[in-house]
Write a protein that binds this ligand. Sequence first.
Ligand code: FES
Ligand code: FES
Length: 159
Amino acid sequence: MTQLYSFKLNGAPVTLEVSSSATLLEVLREHLGRTGTKEGCGQGECGACTVLLNGKPVNSCLILMDQVEGQRVTTIEGLTGEGEPHLLQKVFVEMGAVQCGFCTPGMILSAYALLAENPNPTREEIREALSGNLCRCTGYTKIVDAVEVAARRLAHAGV
Ligand code: FES
Ligand code: FES
């Protein structure tokens, strides 16, 4: 059964008709072309599909469209302002926190949500906030370093 859904995606209203059993991940990637959101395990275990739902990180592979109706969704594409990467994205590249890049959109969205709530996190708080995001490549240290540096720069910039 298909159904009409309306929500805000990266600040813009979206209305589309999809199966009521579709996940937000499927809708983003297959219907809306937002392929920055990655599919890893498809079971809520890897965090590659992380997006923000009303500002909170969620695994979009576990979210059904009924939960999205009327809500706000932010994907990695929504962090990029006028073609400029977000400061978190710049710092991840600068600090070598990206290798294959598969986990990176989800990591950055989890980090973004953390810094929105806690602009000056400890390393432990950063690790905790990113604990649902798995990375096979980096060993995590450079990712935690990058979030720390980004937090300092954002604080310095008064963001
Ligand atoms: Fe959603 Fe792994 S693809 S948690
Ligand atoms: Fe490859 Fe994280 S950079 S999985």
